[in-house]
Design a protein around this ligand. Sequence first.
Ligand code: FMN
Length: 176
Amino acid sequence: MDVFEAILGRRSIRKFKKEPVSDELIHKIVEAGMWAPSAGNIQSWEVIVVRDDKIKTELSAAAYLRDFVSEAPVIMVLCANKERSGSIYGDRGKDLYCIQDTACATENMLLAAHALGLGACWVGTFDEAVTHDILNLPDFLRPVAVVPVGFPDEKPYPPTRREIGELMHWEKFSKQ
Ligand SMILES: Cc1cc2nc3c(=O)[nH]c(=O)nc-3n(C[C@H](O)[C@H](O)[C@H](O)COP(=O)(O)O)c2cc1C
């Protein structure tokens, strides 16, 4: 799949088939995340891959009872590693770079999932402290994105985007 086809064709998927997702596909998705850019190439993120029904139900509850989260065969939780980035870049690493690294990896994974015929959704609305406890995360890991993954059982119409002029400015910022 051409990169523009993947970017334009990817949609947030919130309805999944029960069909399981193989470890091989999960590995491919994570590897796509590993090839995302990261500050100093230190890849300051980790991913927790969850298949266990009990943990999925708990994660769904922590995401304010979004049923589609637990209904996906797999949930991937992307976490920023503040320690890895902070040890090199100090506060900028802890507060910014590790979040950016994680976001880049997450987007690569969403695109890879789509290219592999899977669907996924970046869920950012969740209770961080509860998610932290459920997954037994150490303090230096900050959960950034909860990503249910599975074979899509819907084909959402692409939501509209802003006009390009609202976002893009030549030379200096200018208000429209
Ligand atoms: C940082 C971030 C947080 C998001 N949080 C949620 C969420 O909590 N629940 C949800 O259903 N979708 C969430 N989304 C998905 C967006 O709603 C979706 O990307 C947007 O509506 C555009 O649709 P598309 O992904 O199909 O292009 C989130 C996306 C991002 C990048």
